[in-house]
Design a protein around this ligand. Sequence first.
Ligand code: GAL
Length: 632
Amino acid sequence: MMGMALAVLAGCGQEKPTEYEGWKLVWHDEFDKDGVPDPDSWIFEEGFVRNKELQWYQSQNAECKDGFLVIEGRKERVKNPDYNADGKSWRESREFAEYTSSSVQTRGKREFLYGRFEVRAKIPVASGAWPAIWTLGIQKPWPSCGEIDIMEYYKIGGEPHILANAAWGTNRKDIPKWNSSKLPYAKFISRDPEWAAKFHVWRMDWDQEFIRLYLDDELLNEIPLSTTVNGSEGNHINPFKTPHYILLNLAMGGNGGEVDESLLPLRYEIDYVRVYQKKKEPYTAFHPGKIWEDTDGVHINAHGGGILYHNGTYYWYGEHKSEHSSSALVGVRVYSSTDLYNWKNEGVALPVMPSGSGHKIEKGCVIERPKVIYNEKTKKFVMWFHLELKGQGYAAAEYGVAASDTPVGPFRFLYASRSCPGVWPQNMSEVEIAKARSFKDFSRKGKEWKQNVIDGMCVARDMKIGQMARDMTLFVDDDGKAYHIFSSEENHTLHIAELTEDYLYHTDKYVRILPGGHNEAPAIFKKEGVYWMITSGCTGWKPNAARLSRATSIWGPWESLPNPCVGEKAELTFDSQSTYILPVEGKRDTWIFMADRWRPKNPIDARYIWLPIAFEDGKPVLKWADEWKMSE
Ligand code: GAL
């Protein structure tokens, strides 16, 4: 121990990379080979630096020696090739740079998305020194590429500070948004007067949810990625969900303060740079509500989804959501799995059409709750989804149909439509139809509006153009007949419509069920001849209590039963909304309730709630579990 402490004080390199459980060292440079920084990993950025003062020139003053990378800040006069006596721009304004220093970068050589980054360094703190350990996103330009300052040391109001920051793009070019932590350097010196003479470890732990910046294991800043989405100038993307490269540099003057020439050369010594990434062990259980990574380590993007089992593989289709928008900017995504825990990204099953194409599924439309079924007769995979046209909010209320020869697509869009125009539901009698037809005023007013909807006012209203078709699911019965179950009549009444033999169209046979019940998000399964349906109420992205209903014929009558959820947050369906019920292949009486925990402010971050369906007293019951497995 003594020996080690001495070694650290004397500034010797720390030999062996730390081993962290669950992490793997993916790249490191210990700077053990004397000479120029390893060209396989590092490049020099050379040139005059964009700084009003133009005090320094970025040169090649970085060298590995005795196990350290040493960046030197020297007094050295370099002529500015852009100098122009009349010049107004910063490039032209100064004839000479007075100092040279270096910026070494892993750009184009070593780029990383997420991980643990560790840099052990001794920084120069003399006036004029402005050292940094930072990263930039590989996509240009700044600031929408994203910048992370794992360490920056400079003066604020004349006082030196240690900073831990991130910056990203806004609605205005060149104007970043910052999340900064600024700690007075005096704080570190008061704790340890020898602080500057020692090496310290700067660390970043970066994952899909947070950037956490540490100095000697003390957390300096925690930046939630839910807050770091670029504005319009940065294409609304999250620059911290793309790879970054590392920069080590020493700037001179400017915010570092006046250069104290008596203390030159400045020495910035880096012992190592180490990058670890999480070892990805396959999942062996479900973890409802947690980030669910695909086999590439990226949160699954298949919301409002549904599952198809085909030839030993499960396919999970769902809405690709973006950071700032719930609209379809990409399309319907598909993942595959053989065990339901581990999912491989199979790409975009149904891509949206280009913006401006005027196509019904043009980029920016709304595609929700896609479900895919396989047609044995035609050997086609058929996708149905809820479609809202671009720029029309939720007014269109159509369903869309697409088909493919393979489960992963790409699916061909076939058509989109309202449901069953000109056709009255099977379960409305002549008397009821006559009453529905008698409505002349369809405006939403008064208490009687709801009763009017129950009495078929919307059915009559939409008879010509077809019935509204929003939240939906598909169900294939034991006899191979398929049904489209969807929220209609301003979401007040569910409709169940039979599909043609090829599953591509409605047969025009349909019923209204639970009229006026205000059900959304239907999910259905069948057990021993009984159809069970779980739905939600209608509160948009906010969760509400699930509803249960049952029938012995798909055509009804459907009987309403209480919320099947029990326990804490049962009244909010555990903060989620149903989307599908999956019968697990080969396992008797095993169904998985699939639901979405929406994140309307950051839709891509929405979570999946998968829970087992148990039967108690002959009825389905849902209970929360932080973690669960299917029985063997
Ligand atoms: C929910 C519905 C979602 C989506 C959302 C829009 O109630 O289930 O699929 O349409 O409203 O606010």
